[in-house]
Design a protein around this ligand. Structure first.
Ligand SMILES: CSCCC(=O)C(=O)COP(=O)(O)O
Ligand SMILES: [Zn+2]
Length: 227
């Protein structure tokens, strides 16, 4: 990752250099893994809780080569906190809706091949069901392989406010709230964590589990995810 100029002292980004560089390094890592190719994906960290403010990637940037200028500070409504900043991610509201949850410090959106394919293959079932894998224990709060995780799938849309409201309803659902992450059909994955390290771990773990699911289907020749 190449060094780029620090934001000027008058910029709303001033003082956030460490978080910016951590997100830049995250983008480079996700790009290397093939999870954030080209301009796909977006990433955010919470920089203020009350009022809620996020540091988020600007829209349309190559995520493998983010510069220190490729970031925006937004409020809970997804609006830039001051004029003159670049346009924030087109999916900003999908970050703010998750970041509103207490305990969330970072949100990562990726576009891996396996998440994209499985989000379509399992769309009619509503979720990818993942059960019995030791690697499930890499997800916050899971302590045994004897666990079933449902990675829910939302239909893709360009109407991000409407999708954000659907996600909000599922995040706050009292019976079975979304945990760890979700998929958007033929699009990608959202995951989050208490901080950037945990969100990165969740990306790795969920991607591993999705790849296991997909490769198992390919080897066994059928859509029998629970068998
Ligand atoms: C070729 S990626 C299409 C847009 C998208 O899904 C994405 O994740 C990146 O959008 P952004 O506005 O955050 O650059
Ligand atoms: Zn996307």
């Amino acid at each position: 990752m190449t060094a780029t100029a620090a934001p000027p002292a008058t910029s709303p980004l001033a003082g956030h250099e460490a978080k910016i560089d951590a997100l830049r390094e995250t983008g480079h890592w996700l790009w290397q893994r093939g999870f954030s190719l080209g301009t796909s994906s977006n990433y955010s960290v919470v920089v203020s809780r009350d009022p809620l403010e996020l540091l988020i990637t600007a829209s349309g940037k190559d995520k493998g080569r983010l510069t220190r200028a490729d970031f925006v500070i937004v409020d809970r409504d997804g609006k830039a906190t001051s004029p003159g900043q670049p346009k924030s991610s087109a999916e900003t509201l999908l970050h703010t809706v998750v970041a509103e949850l207490p305990g969330v410090g970072a949100v990562l959106h990726t576009h891996s091949v396996w998440a994209t394919v499985l989000s379509d293959l399992f769309f009619k079932q509503g979720a990818v069901e993942i059960a019995g894998y030791e690697m499930l224990k890499g997800l916050d709060g899971i302590t045994t392989h004897e666990h079933t995780s449902q990675i829910e799938i939302f239909e893709n849309t360009q109407d991000i406010p409407q999708l954000a409201e659907q996600v909000r309803e599922r995040l706050t659902n009292s019976i079975r709230p979304l945990k760890h992450g979700y998929l958007i059909r033929k699009h990608g994955m959202y995951t989050w964590g208490k901080d950037l390290d945990e969100a990165r771990r969740h990306v790795e773990i969920i991607e591993f589990l999705l790849e296991c699911t997909a490769r198992r289907l390919m080897l066994t020749g059928g859509l029998h995810p629970a068998s």
